[in-house]
Design a protein. Structure first.
Length: 388
C-alpha cells in the first residue's frame, strides 16, 4: 500500500533555526557568496582562508630563526643596545607585516550587493550596446552589455547573471568568492581574499613591507657572515659552516625577494598608470588610451591618500527570511530549491506517460502476433523474448 513519505527529521540545531523568528537571522548567515565569516560577521574571508596559515609560516619561520640564532651573534658583535635594537626592529616589523596581512584578508574588498530581481532595461541613463540591438528579434531579454561614459570615453559594462546587476566600470565577478567586486584586481591565494577597491592599498603595503623585511634579514645575515670572516680570518665557506642558519636565511630571502619584490614593482607600475591586474592582462592599455589614467601624481594620490569608501554590505544587519527558506536551508543545499523539485516531478510524470504509451504499443504488437499465430501466418524474424 502506497503511503506518502514522512518529512526528514530535523536535528536539534536545525530545529532551533527553524523555530527562531526570521528577523533574528543576519545577513552573513544567509550570504549567497562563498565567503567565510568570523566573529559574528565582523570579519569576512575568502573560501581559501586556510592559505593564510601557509603565508604566516613562510613569514614567521625565517624571522624566528633570525631572532633565535643569528641575533645572538649580532648582539655580541655590536654593543648590546645596538644589537637588541636590530632584533627589536625585526620583531616589530614582522608584527606590522602580519597586521597588514589580516587587514587585507579579513575585510570586505568592495563586494557589490546582489539584486533580488533583474533590473529594468531602461533603469538608468546608460546606453544599451548596439551589438545586442542588432541581434534581437523582438524578445524582451536583458542586454548583456551597456555603454557608459568614463572620462569622455565609452566603456562597456557587462551584466552579471549571478548578481543580477550591471557591473560598474572596473568591476568583475570573482569565480572563487562568487561575488562582484568593485575595482577588482585579482583573487590572491596567499591572503585568501579578493583584492579590490577597499583592500588594494593594504595589499600593496603588505607586499612591499614583506619585501623590505626580506631585505632586512638578508642584509644582517650577510653582516654576520662577513664579521665571522673578518674576526676569524677564514673563508666564506667556513664562515657559512660556523653559522649555517645565516646561510639558509640568505638563500631563502634571496629567492623570496625576487618573488615579492617583483610583485611590488609590478603593482607599483599598475598604481602609476592606474590599472588593475585584471585590466592589464585583459585589455592591454598600452595599445590604447586608458580611460582611468589621470596622471602619475593623481594616480598615486587616488590609491594611497584618498578616503577608503565604506562597505556597501552590513553583514550583521538583520534580514527578513520566510520560514520556508529557513527550512530549506536546514535541509541542505541539495533539497532546498523549489524549482528543481517541481521540474523533477514534471519529468517523472513525462516518463510515466511515455512508459504507458510504450506499454500500450507493445501490448498491441503482442495482440497482433497472437492473432497471426492463431491464423498460422507467423511473419519472418518476429520472435519476442519476454523476460520478467
Amino acid at each position: 500500500m502506497y503511503s506518502t513519505p514522512k518529512p526528514p527529521k530535523l536535528s536539534d540545531s536545525n530545529r532551533r533555526i527553524f523555530d527562531n523568528n526570521a528577523s533574528t537571522l543576519r545577513l552573513y548567515q544567509v550570504w549567497k557568496g562563498s565567503n567565510k565569516f568570523c566573529f559574528g560577521g565582523r570579519l569576512i574571508f575568502g573560501p581559501d582562508v586556510r592559505s593564510i596559515f601557509l603565508t604566516l609560516i613562510l613569514i614567521l619561520t625565517p624571522v624566528i630563526l633570525f631572532c633565535g640564532f643569528v641575533s645572538q651573534s649580532l648582539i655580541k658583535q655590536f654593543n648590546h643596545d645596538l644589537g637588541n635594537l636590530i632584533v627589536a626592529i625585526c620583531a616589530l616589523f614582522t608584527l606590522y607585516v602580519v597586521f597588514l596581512l589580516f587587514l587585507t584578508s579579513g575585510r570586505d574588498p568592495g563586494i557589490i550587493p546582489r539584486n533580488s530581481h533583474p533590473p529594468e532595461i531602461d533603469e538608468d541613463g546608460s546606453t544599451i550596446s548596439t551589438d545586442w540591438l542588432g541581434s534581437q528579434n523582438g524578445g524582451h531579454t536583458i542586454p548583456p552589455t551597456r555603454d557608459v561614459i568614463v572620462n569622455g570615453m565609452i566603456v562597456k559594462v557587462k551584466y552579471c547573471q549571478t548578481c543580477m546587476l550591471y557591473r560598474p566600470p572596473r568591476c568583475s565577478h570573482c569565480s572563487i568568492c562568487n561575488n562582484c567586486v568593485e575595482r577588482f584586481d585579482h583573487h590572491c591565494p596567499w591572503v585568501g581574499q579578493c583584492i579590490g577597491k577597499r583592500n588594494y592599498r593594504f595589499f600593496f603595503m603588505f607586499v612591499s613591507s614583506t619585501t623590505m623585511l626580506c631585505i632586512y634579514v638578508f642584509c644582517f645575515c650577510w653582516v654576520n657572515i662577513c664579521n665571522i670572516m673578518h674576526k676569524q680570518r677564514t673563508s666564506l665557506w667556513k664562515a657559512l659552516m660556523k653559522s649555517p642558519v645565516s646561510g639558509i636565511l640568505i638563500l631563502y630571502t634571496f629567492v623570496t625577494v625576487w618573488f615579492v619584490g617583483g610583485l611590488t614593482a609590478f603593482h607599483l607600475y599598475l598604481i602609476i598608470t592606474n590599472q588593475t591586474t585584471y585590466e592589464n592582462f585583459r585589455y592591454r592599455y598600452h595599445r590604447k588610451m586608458n580611460p582611468y589614467n589621470r596622471g602619475c601624481l593623481r594616480n598615486i594620490v587616488e590609491i594611497f591618500f584618498s578616503k577608503i569608501p565604506s562597505s556597501k554590505n552590513n553583514f550583521r544587519a538583520k534580514v527578513k527570511v520566510d520560514s520556508s527558506a529557513i527550512f530549506a536551508m536546514s535541509l541542505g543545499p541539495s533539497r532546498s530549491p523549489e524549482v528543481p523539485k517541481r521540474t523533477s516531478n514534471v519529468d517523472m510524470g513525462k516518463r510515466q506517460a511515455v512508459a504507458a504509451e510504450d506499454f500500450e504499443d507493445i501490448q498491441s504488437q503482442l495482440d497482433s502476433v497472437g492473432g497471426l499465430q492463431r491464423c498460422r501466418t507467423q511473419p519472418r524474424h518476429a520472435s519476442w523474448d519476454l523476460k520478467e
